[in-house]
Design a protein around this ligand. Structure first.
Ligand code: UD1
Ligand code: MG
Length: 453
């Protein structure tokens, strides 16, 4: 049984923000959600969040059926915060205390920490660090046993030399935590109820304090300002980039890569600089993504090339396609294999059949295109009359001439052709040519207007 308490009532003054600190994001996801997701992975079956500043928004944003929220109306310290959830904690569970502004804590570290807790021991996550300024220091006796935590503000000169710091993460047997919570006082330089006093209390009660070590400072760094937020963002992004490279992805520059969601890759994927991946993205074998692409909730098939400056949102692209440069695939786009979408082409709710091409300056919306078609430069589907949307249906082997306006609803049957510059508002039959434009007249002796003086 594992109970988790996440402390998230603090204001985060140094963020200089109207938004509660724990809702600020890393990789597009609120810091508090990172912490809750990790807690779930460790197997917590009782998740509690202590909220205070911006409580309504915090609750709204991270609400889930497995999360309970408890209000701390006055922020009287970390010990006081835990007191607010005491009634929700189970005596025989292990209880881990986490902070909502420490987003990158790892599942494996928490599992290690839980393993330190027994009927006669508690767990404390510490870290050896070069610059311990601001952190609580771990005080050990001559046998090396942890006996207390002393906050930076309350530390003696000698204690300030200690390089082992409190990460703020600790784990207790539920009954221990509940028995000791009321023994802490606010007799310290801040006048706050420090959770860290629990260590000295445990020691007095003859309970061993077993430490686990955090992997790195990044893992336990609390975000207090936007510089720290940016630092963790980069760290997080770099670790995703490293994972991808370990899995066989070539990255032109892992420092210029952003994933705000999840990315699954086949073999020999190549990602150029400044690409942003959002939501769930799947890249097949041999996919090449050019520079400056934004790809969101998309599946890209094997050997497809996405060229520079393309945007793909909620779309599927099959094998062997070419997209871009400067293409925009909007929600509901499905490109079948071998499709080519060129520069300044926008698609929305469009299915484009095998080997069809839309190479230049087009808008294709609410449309089904068959296989082997060519939509010339500037072809526009006029799918919207200002109130309603209508469909365009294009069969197989259709050639749509340059600058054709297809006024939906309209159908172009298999093998049909439209003449350049036509406005097509009536359906075209199989193998027919449709031309609808004024007949060209050549006027002799035409004099161009000249400038008036
Ligand atoms: C705390 C620890 C310190 C440790 C450091 C690690 C205490 C007394 N000190 O200090 O030993 O080295 O974390 O980062 O615990 N919070 C509430 N209600 C409150 C006060 C705080 O919910 O009344 C929340 C904050 O929102 C934050 C967390 O508790 O998420 C930690 O509080 P913070 O004020 O940041 O403690 P530190 O001074 O950093
Ligand atoms: Mg802090």
């Amino acid at each position: 049984m594992l109970d988790i308490v996440v402390l998230a009532a603090g204001k985060g003054t140094r963020m200089k923000s109207d938004q509660p600190k724990v809702l600020h994001t890393i990789a597009g996801k609120p810091m508090l959600s990172h912490v809750l997701d990790t807690a779930r992975k460790v197997g917590a079956d009782n998740l509690n969040v202590v909220i205070g500043h911006g409580s309504e928004l915090v609750e709204q944003t991270v609400a889930a059926s497995d999360v309970k929220f408890v209000m701390q109306t006055e922020q009287l310290g970390t010990g006081h915060a835990v007191q607010q959830v005491e009634h929700l904690l189970r005596d025989d569970a292990v209880v881990i205390i986490l902070c909502g502004d420490v987003p990158l804590i790892k599942q494996s570290t928490l599992t290690d920490l839980v393993a330190q807790v027994s009927a006669n021991s508690m767990g404390l996550l510490t870290l050896d660090i070069d610059n311990a300024t601001g952190y609580g220091r771990i005080v050990r006796d001559h046998n090396g046993e942890v006996i207390a935590i002393v906050e930076h503000k309350d530390a003696t000169c000698e204690q300030l030399e200690i390089c082992e710091i409190n990460t703020g993460v600790m784990a207790f047997k539920g009954s221990h935590l509940k028995a000791w919570l009321h023994l802490i006082s606010n007799k310290n330089s801040s006048g706050e109820y420090y959770l860290t006093d629990m260590i000295a209390i445990a020691h007095e009660k003859g309970i061993a304090i077993a430490t686990a070590k955090a992997e790195s400072e990044m893992e336990v760094l609390g975000v207090n300002n936007r510089m720290q937020q940016a630092m963790l963002e980069r760290h997080f992004q770099q670790s995703i980039a490293e994972d991808l490279m370990v899995n066989g992805v070539t990255m032109m520059d892992p420092m210029r890569f952003d994933c705000r969601g999840s990315i699954a890759v086949g073999r020999d994927v190549h990602i150029d600089v400044n690409c942003v991946f959002e939501g769930e993205v799947k890249l097949g074998n041999g996919v090449v993504v050019g520079p400056n692409c934004v790809i969101k909730n998309a599946v890209i098939g094997d050997n497809t090339v996405i060229k520079a400056n393309s945007m793909i949102d909620d779309a599927t692209v099959a094998n062997d396609c070419e997209v871009g440069p400067y293409a925009r695939l909007r929600p509901g786009t499905e490109l079948q294999s071998g499709v080519k979408i060129g520069n300044f082409v926008e698609t929305k709710k469009a299915v484009i059949g095998v080997n069809s091409k839309v190479n230049h300056l087009s808008y294709v919306g609410d449309t089904v295109v068959g296989s082997g078609c060519n939509l010339g430069a500037g072809v526009i589907t006029c799918n919207y009359d200002g109130a309603n949307k209508f469909k365009t249906e294009i069969g197989n082997n259709v050639f749509v001439g340059t600058n054709t306006a297809l006024v939906a609803p309209v159908t172009l049957a298999d093998g049909s052709t439209t003449g350049a510059g036509s406005v097509i508002s009536n359906s075209v039959g199989k193998n027919q040519l449709a031309v609808s434009r004024a007949k060209q007249r050549n006027i002799d002796g035409w004099v161009r207007p000249s400038k008036k003086h």
